[in-house]
Design a protein around this ligand. Sequence first.
Ligand code: NAG
Ligand code: NAG
Ligand code: NAG
Length: 231
Amino acid sequence: MFYLEYYFLWLTLSVACGNALLPANSNCDIENTTVRMVQVLFRHGDRANDVATVYPNDPYINETYEPYGIGQLTNAGKQREFMIGGYLFEKYYSLLQGLCKVNEIEAISTDMSRTKMSLLLVLAGLCPSRGTVFDWNKWLNWQPIPYNYIPFGQDNLLTIPLFYCPNYIKLYNNYLESPPGKQIQEKYKDLYLYLTRHTGMTINSTLDVMLIYFGLYCEVSYPIKRIFIIC
Ligand SMILES: *[C@@H]1O[C@H](CO)[C@@H](O)[C@H](O)[C@H]1NC(C)=O
Ligand SMILES: *[C@@H]1O[C@H](CO)[C@@H](O)[C@H](O)[C@H]1NC(C)=O
Ligand SMILES: *[C@@H]1O[C@H](CO)[C@@H](O)[C@H](O)[C@H]1NC(C)=O
């Protein structure tokens, strides 16, 4: 069984020793193990900056990133995702026996254009049709592989728990109120003030800083070369 879940690039491997499923780092002898299931978690490819990560004083606040569109996957991002698929194709060729069987692949995305597109590209890289029984079109080395996504607002599998999970939010706020949390707030107080002054919005948490960082990271090479980097 092959699970593709769209978020951060992360890979877990289960190997079977006899009948027992063991983690790959157990002391079961690797010689007698068989890969039964692979789960891969990965992130979307390079994208244009998004409305969630611009700030009021951002000089690129009105940028529309045409023709890609705000927050959308760029060609470099498409290339990166397709290559992840190619990497998985090579690494797990024997597990899949060179064939993507629809019943054996479960692919899940978050509810965003850039993540759905990324998942399609990974599946395209993982599941070429050429040379297989699924070779249905001599001009196109591709076959349709279905995927699902969890609608925005119902996704408690792949999105950030700070956006939906009351318990997580409570624990997060408890942490901010705790001595180590307060220590962090104190440590970055000057940075928060600096960012608040220059961004035109209230920055008072590490989460706020992370969002500003993402936005700047997206934009860093854009004004000079009109290119995007992963963000
Ligand atoms: C692998 O399993 C076989 C059959 O059970 C056994 O004879 C062999 O010694 C095992 N090899 C290792 C390296 O454990
Ligand atoms: C963005 O557009 C608004 C509304 O047209 C305008 O007032 C503002 O000056 C623009 N900002 C920048 C940085 O271009
Ligand atoms: C940050 O500021 C917002 C808005 O002023 C406020 O609601 C929130 O409680 C503040 N958070 C922290 C960690 O101080």
